[in-house]
Design a binder for this molecule. Structure first.
Ligand SMILES: Cc1ncc(COP(=O)(O)O)c(C=O)c1O
Length: 479
């Protein structure tokens, strides 16, 4: 049994009696409850987002969490963040500031985390009392002096080099050796620098990078008073993995990061620690289902000819028989100009899953999967092995929550997939008591791991200081 919660723009299904997100997806594929029967669509399991939140607050001792609205534009997935006490990171756009302010997030809980800001946006931040912002260069300091001299500033530094899915260091962050000069200029301009921020790179591939970032930040804290600053904020950024298949796990990061924070910024230090996880919260919550709209059988071997040889082979009818060596090209109704832009922008790798069981004896064929637009670039998978599929079959791609629909376009007139939200009744409707208890038991669970006691205490404290008073209720407020 499921309860459908609706308002004019959004609906969410509360799942009961063991019904799962996958069941909902299957029902929708079988066209139960969908008008646009063969359009691609997302299912978002909001219970997964709640679980991530529980995991975070029970493992990491942060004073406040910022969540990146750019990682997903799916409204329901960040709608409750203010309820949970999460602030919101604001990146490039004015509209993102507006969006989170409209959600009821106090301006004092927003980090304007773009170190290179448009001046009108700085003015907007001032007007709306969004006081906390980052900088990483001297010109930015002059801009801030002109347009928002009372702002509280975080110096964004380059963390020590680390492998990451998306490197950010080539664009943002000053080398720590430049920090003294920037602090000197900030002091001359009488600006208020309150701390340090860093981002190890999105989808970081080295668990130890976070702890090394903390050490690097600490060195800047150590020299701040020479310039008359009394730092009290550390922003450890994002970069945390969002899915099980990631190269490193959140637990591995915590095992390094927890002790590093304890050592360099212990609870009594008076330093508020904030973080900006983006993909961590949303990546695994979303699955996209795409429909095969067209299919082409090609000779597998012909793809191994050089272009001109292939053409000659076809012209002279010497191409291998399609029947002997078939490969399949499937054209589906979402692609790299849509949700799969993550292949280009996020350097993501995606894995297809079929809706049906595959018999062990069933032959597998060389397969490529293509998006719907007229562009040859629009290819989701160059090669994978799949059983033969038919037009009208569905292919699922899991872990599609981060940096997917957020950057999707409507190129060639193809619309963006709709998103259906579901959440398990126990997860979504549980009361605060149960939530705190479960977060508490998670604490007990991690006690045996490498997380040190002060860090755990601070984590518990974070729950109270985040002012969590209720788990989101099932009533969906107006947009
Ligand atoms: C300033 C800033 N904060 C946070 C994030 C979120 O990073 P992630 O999704 O890797 O956690 C990003 C991503 O680009 C960012 O640029």
């Amino acid at each position: 049994m499921k309860t459908r919660i609706m308002n004019k723009d959004l609906s969410m299904e509360v799942l009961r009696d063991g019904l799962t997100a996958r069941d909902v997806l299957t029902n929708k594929v079988n066209s139960g409850g969908r008008d646009d029967k063969d359009d691609a669509f997302f299912v978002c399991d909001l219970g997964d987002v709640v679980n991530k939140y529980k995991k975070w607050v029970s493992c990491l001792p942060v004073w406040s969490l910022s969540t990146l609205s750019s990682a997903t534009t799916a409204p329901m997935s960040y709608r409750y963040w203010p309820t949970w006490g999460l602030a919101s990171t604001v990146l490039a756009r004015l509209t993102e500031v507006q969006k989170v302010l409209n959600l009821g997030v106090g301006p004092d809980r927003i980090v304007y985390a773009n170190p290179c800001k448009q001046t009108s946006h700085i003015r907007y931040a001032k007007k709306n009392e969004v006081n906390l912002m980052t900088f990483d260069n001297e010109d930015e300091l002059h801009k801030i002096k002109n347009y928002f001299p009372d702002a509280c500033l975080l110096l964004r530094i380059l963390p020590p080099a680390a492998e990451a899915q998306c490197q950010l260091g080539m664009k943002f962050g000053c080398h720590p050796s430049q920090a003294p000069k920037l602090l000197e200029v900030a002091a001359q301009l009488d600006l208020n620098v309150v701390g340090v921020s860093f981002h190890v790179g999105s989808g970081c591939l080295e668990a130890s990078a976070f702890a090394r970032g903390v050490e690097s930040a600490k060195r800047i804290f150590n020299i701040a008073d020479q310039y008359g600053f009394d730092f009290d904020m550390l922003d450890i950024g994002g970069g945390f993995p969002g899915q099980e298949s990631a190269a490193i796990s959140f637990d591995e990061i915590v095992a390094d990061l927890g002790p590093a924070l304890d050592e360099h910024f212990p609870p009594g230090s008076g330093v508020r620690i904030i973080a900006e996880p983006g993909r961590f919260f949303v990546a695994s919550a979303f699955t996209v289902a795409v429909n095969i709209v067209a299919k082409r059988m090609v000779a597998r071997d012909i793809q191994e000819f050089k272009d001109d040889e292939a053409e000659d082979a076809v012209m002279n009818s010497v191409a291998p028989s399609l029947c002997e060596e078939p490969a399949f090209m499937y054209y589906v109704n979402d692609g790299v100009y849509g949700s799969f832009n993550c292949l280009l922008y996020d350097h993501a790798a995606v894995t297809p899953t079929l809706m049906r069981d595959v018999d062990k004896e069933e032959p597998l064929f060389s397969t490529s999967v293509w998006g719907p637009t007229c562009d040859g670039l629009d290819r989701i998978m160059e090669h994978c092995l799949l059983p033969e599929l038919q037009v009208g079959d569905w292919i699922l791609f899991e872990d599609m929550g981060a940096y997917t629909m957020a950057a999707a376009s409507t190129f060639n007139g193809f619309g963006k997939p709709s998103c259906y939200y579901v959440a398990d009744a126990n997860m979504w409707g549980s009361n605060n008591h149960a939530f705190i208890q479960s977060a508490g038991s998670a604490h007990r669970h991690v006690k045996d791991s490498a997380i040190t006691l002060p860090a755990m205490k601070r984590g518990l404290c974070a729950l109270e200081r985040l002012g969590i008073t209720q788990i989101p209720s099932v009533a969906v407020p107006e947009v």
